[in-house]
Design a protein around this ligand. Sequence first.
Ligand code: ADP
Ligand code: ASP
Ligand code: MG
Length: 412
Amino acid sequence: MALIVQKFGGTSLGDVERIREVAGRAVAAQKAGNDVVVVVSAMGTETDALVALAHQVSDAPNPREYDVLVSTGEQKTAALLAMAIQVLGVPARSLLASQVKIHTDNRHAQARIQRIDGELIRGELERGAVVVVPGFQGISPEGNITTIGRGGSDTSAVALAAALGADVCEIRTDVEGVFTSDPGLVPNARKLARVSYDEMLEMASLGAKILQTRSVRFGKQYGVPIHVRSSFNDKEGTWVVPESEIMERLVVSGVTYNRDEAKITIFSVPDVPGVAARIFVPMSDAGVVVDIIVQNVSTRGHTDVTFTVGRSDLTRALSLAERLAEELGASGVESNDSIAKVSVVGLGMKDHAGVAATMFQALSDEGVNIEMINTSEIKISVVIEEKYTELACRTLHDAFELDKIVAQEEVL
Ligand code: ADP
Ligand code: ASP
Ligand code: MG
């Protein structure tokens, strides 16, 4: 008998009819001889609505109360799904994070899961029940409700699968797997049969919201097989697996985009030791996460420093940058929040030259100006004007012939 953790996303639980369908899938998995734990997201866009409500009441919602509020979406679906499973004649029980004991730290709205107790769940499984756990929530050491960041139900599911020693963690969603690019933006994107944890980590952290980055990190750390597949059918989806299980290392396996960043430039900063620290230490102390940094060659002892930050941090980062520019005697500060970061990711880049050349040429042929470049062993990212995001993704998808390469993988 296998133990399956199935996670269903918000779209898959958007209304009562869909909740009934999900109940049917959980029951079918149990009838096939498995122990089943279901992790649920909030219905549709409910979390967005709860976040908006909090901001209507307060410009800076109290973090503890914010988590009490936004965690309710998942609680609602967990109860409804347990009821719907019971209607099908199968015992089911919802267990909140405070009951299971999903322990997190106390960083409200972005808490980290630290430890999960499996006992209560195991007891329910032994008596033949399907267990339904609301994703996204945990409890802090002080016993307060926490939430683990947007898209966090993926992480709840993979962490639960790790804690319970599950045979598989199924991420059921509104697409049929992990594609070579967002199928909503690139129509000829293809489903990958397999993707390595490392490629998936890069893709997720570079904007492919199909999986929350931390869920992939948990999967890799604890060796949880993750199967990303449709909520609406039983077609084989995409397996996220160790690199050793990848038969063919694609040079590029994914094109991703991120529209959540903004760019700040500090002009004519004195080019002397310690300046980067005087800019970026205060940024870090203020909790601003800086992504790409570019420093130009200095002319006459001065240089320009450009960096990107999360768009929601822009106001804070900009006023800090303006203060620092004055202290440093820089000539001015400029910001731009109409940018996008477009990236290509692939294991095969490790031993293939020319990926950057192909990428830059393809963008140049379409007249897309590259404002910043960042590379690592298995990815190349460029910052461009936001209005070119779709064009850039489609162009790069074609340039690396991703529609063709993936077809071969499927044959294997
Ligand atoms: P859920 O509500 O099930 O958690 P999400 O909206 O968080 O679903 O993630 C699924 C969405 O991720 C898809 O609808 C798709 O638009 C988007 N997406 C972005 N990049 C990719 C990709 N490379 N492969 C598949 N889906 C992607
Ligand atoms: N409901 C939460 C969100 O929308 C968590 C999740 O769905 O993964 O971010
Ligand atoms: Mg999601």
